[in-house]
Design a protein. Structure first.
Length: 135
């Protein structure tokens, strides 16, 4: 019985380390390996090393662009409505109607972008509604 508790404790300790530290390290390397493209027809998220396209979205499917940036014009570009921390009322299976916390990430987002001030006019030229939030 004691060996079972010891193994369970090791597994829980490993899971705790992963959630506390390792997933952020892996996220950092994923961000360093991604690159973002904007064409006149779509936005693309691709991988540098293999040149594989991970995600893309057509511009006509984008109703708004939300830009979160700091005073040095560094931040994130979210295509579409940002995810709300409390979720939405129209979710298919919601017992508590917005009483839980939403852990979903935005699906189409350019993370950790530098010089956003040079990219904003491009979105405006493409006819997209741009919302800016400074933090």
């Amino acid at each position: 019985m004691n060996s079972f508790l010891f193994i369970f404790a090791i597994i829980m300790f490993g899971a705790g380390l992963y959630f506390a530290f390792f997933r952020w390290v892996l996220r950092y390397f994923d961000l360093k390996n991604d690159y973002y493209l904007i064409t006149n027809q779509r936005i693309i998220i691709a991988e540098k090393s293999s040149k594989d396209i991970w995600k893309y979205k057509k511009l006509e499917e984008i109703d708004q662009v939300n830009i979160e940036l700091n005073n040095r014009f560094f931040g994130n570009i979210i295509f579409g409505e940002p995810e709300n921390i409390f979720g939405k009322n129209d979710e298919p299976f919601s017992l508590f109607k917005r009483r839980g916390i939403n852990f979903d990430e935005d699906k189409y987002v350019f993370l950790s972008v530098e010089h956003i001030d040079e990219i904003i006019p491009l979105f405006e030229e493409l006819g997209l509604k741009v919302n800016k939030t400074f933090y």
